[in-house]
Design a protein around this ligand. Structure first.
Ligand code: G4P
Length: 539
């Protein structure tokens, strides 16, 4: 039954600032799910931190990560899909897009460092869609911050209410374990140097006198005090508030020591939402609808230059996806059939005959897809909510080989369809500006244009610092603005006008000077898209 398949699916992402322990936690969850047998298996997926310029190495590692882009496994009767998000900040936009395909996230925070830059950015993206968040405060075996202070910091900086479900006993050298406030159970962390999961002992009540013997009277009393205080200060955990993205349950643990991970997983499968309805341009689509629909949120290029095919990752939103069935590609107005769709179970790729809402299938693609494309059984809808984010680094693309202009044009269009970077055009497309969130992408583009399209290019820095999509209800005002600011106006691939701000201060001044113009930091905004599509901004 479709309904049963939906109920048992949990599709989520693990996010963190680099180094907080995302990879380690992912690996431990996979170990619990029996998807991998040994620790270290997920490491290959990680982009080496030092590799700021060795992009080949990164590409190699990204290549391996095709299989780990989606990690599916069964646990406790549930089908769990972890959607991998790259840790490297230069691939942040990849992460943002992947977050559009999850139903919830687990956010990992390092207890020593607290809330960090990427933590903030990633949470902003989650807040845009009210994605439910569970917080895992990691590295409790290290001398971290006081847990009350950490929760305060999370609430203030991430603008979300928290509710601890476990509570730590000590921290760093005095860390002795966690008390499960939810199940009223105590889990002790062994004090030996090699802390292992087998050393965990369970208690049934916090009042148990044996607790004093195990952790010492002082720590036992402190825990009783803390538990009382937390139960007094916090409302009981409200699952609905969590599912609305308003309240984040918090767990404490140490991923590398496999500590607190099972509590996290057991609570996660119980409270995390099953696949949710999704908004399209015409209507909301319910996962239980009979007809299949889905959207592409990620495209992975084949690194072998002899095979230019790519894998497009499709998140299933509704109905049942069937192999070898014609589906309707709404942007191209074309029917496509997939003879070997892939699914990723237990870290292995295999061809699947059927997939259900919440699942991700990898579809072989020869250039039909771009990010955000929608597949249906014939209905003409387009899923929303996969915006492009305003890039921060801009360079002009220079063609180094006049005989290869066509290849360059084709290559840059395809690479930007894949979401490697964004393309902005001036002077009817003669000037091409590439916008990215990281320097690495320029190396990626240069290398891939040469390898895959035989086109050599270089980049010329341009001094823009932000790109904003512009709209206005006043069509004359918009047309005038575009004319006055011609030097700073570009058009994106959908021919939408974009204002390129020289500096943030300059942007602010322009915003003040032109109140009739709206400036948007993502490409998807709640204005009359149709007007823009019709080219109403053109005079
Ligand atoms: P990331 O994916 O978020 O970037 O982080 P990752 O899991 O790679 O973890 C970053 C570092 O933190 C790793 O150490 C990892 O072993 C360590 N770590 C993860 N969880 C814990 C924890 O609970 N306690 C402590 N003390 N450390 C933890 P590394 O030295 O960078 O790598 P490795 O040599 O250990 O693999």
């Amino acid at each position: 039954m479709l309904q049963d398949e939906i109920q048992k699916r949990r599709t989520f992402g693990i996010i963190s600032h680099p180094d907080a322990g995302k990879t380690t936690l992912t690996e431990k969850l996979l170990l619990f799910g029996g998807a991998i047998q040994t620790a270290g298996a997920v490491k290959s997926n990680k982009i080496t931190k030092s590799a700021t310029s060795d992009f080949m190495e990164i590409e190699k590692q990204r290549g391996i990560s095709v299989a780990t882009s989606v990690m599916g496994f069964e646990y406790g009767g549930y089908k769990i899909n972890i959607l991998d998000t790259p840790g490297h900040k230069d691939f942040a936009e990849d992460t943002y897009r992947t977050l559009t395909a999850v139903d919830s996230v687990i956010l990992v925070i390092d207890c020593v460092k607290g809330v960090e830059e990427q933590t903030r950015k990633l949470m902003e993206v989650c807040r845009m869609r009210n994605t439910p968040v569970i917080i895992f405060i990691n590295k409790m075996d290290r001398e971290g911050q006081d847990p009350y202070d950490l929760l305060d910091e999370v609430e203030k900086e991430l603008n979300i209410h928290t509710r601890p479900l476990t509570w730590p006993i000590g921290i760093g050298s005095t860390f002795q374990g966690v008390y499960n406030l939810f199940e009223k159970k105590l889990l002790l962390f062994s004090n030996t140097k090699t802390k292992k999961a087998e050393d965990i002992i369970s208690f049934n009540s916090i009042e148990d006198k044996e607790l004093d013997l195990k952790i010492g009277e002082k720590a036992a009393n402190k825990l009783r005090e803390d538990a009382e205080l937390i139960e007094g200060v916090y409302e009981p955990f409200d699952e609905d508030l969590y599912r609305e993205g308003y309240l984040a349950p918090v767990f404490f643990g140490s991923a590398v020591n496999n500590f607190g991970v099972q509590e996290l997983l057991d609570t996660f499968i119980r409270v995390a939402p099953s696949p949710k309805p999704r908004i399209s341009d015409l209507r909301e689509v319910n996962p239980t609808e009979k007809n299949f629909t889905g959207f592409i949120f990620k495209i992975h290029a084949n690194l072998d230059p002899n095979h230019r095919d790519r894998i497009a990752f499709c998140r299933i939103v509704s109905g049942t996806f069937e192999r070898n069935t014609f589906y309707y590609h709404t942007r191209l107005d074309k029917k496509l059939r997939f003879s070997s769709p892939n699914m990723f179970m237990a870290n292995e790729k295999s061809v699947v005959d059927q997939a259900f809402p919440g699942d991700v299938v990898g579809l072989y693609d020869t250039g039909n897809f771009k990010i955000g494309d929608t597949l249906t059984e014939g209905e003409h809808i387009q899923y929303q909510g996969i915006p492009s984010f305003s890039p921060e680094i801009f360079k002009e693309l220079i063609n180094k080989d006049p005989f290869k202009a066509k290849q360059l044009e084709k290559g840059i269009r395809q690479l930007t369809d894949e979401g490697v970077a964004q393309l902005f055009m001036q002077e009817q497309g003669n000037v091409k500006i590439i916008g990215t969130v990281g320097e690495l992408q320029f190396e990626v583009i240069q290398f891939r244009l040469l390898q895959e399209y035989g086109a050599s290019c270089s980049f010329h820095s341009v001094a823009y610092s932000k790109a904003c999509w512009i709209t206005s209800d006043d069509k004359v005002a918009l047309a005038n603005f575009i004319r006055f600011k011609a030097r700073n106006i570009t058009f994106d691939k959908e021919d939408r006008p974009v204002f390129m701000a020289d500096t943030l201060r300059n942007l602010k001044a322009v915003q003040d000077l032109y109140p009739a113009i709206s400036f948007h930091f993502t490409s998807e905004f709640k204005t009359d898209q149709a007007k823009i599509a019709e080219g109403a901004w053109k005079s």
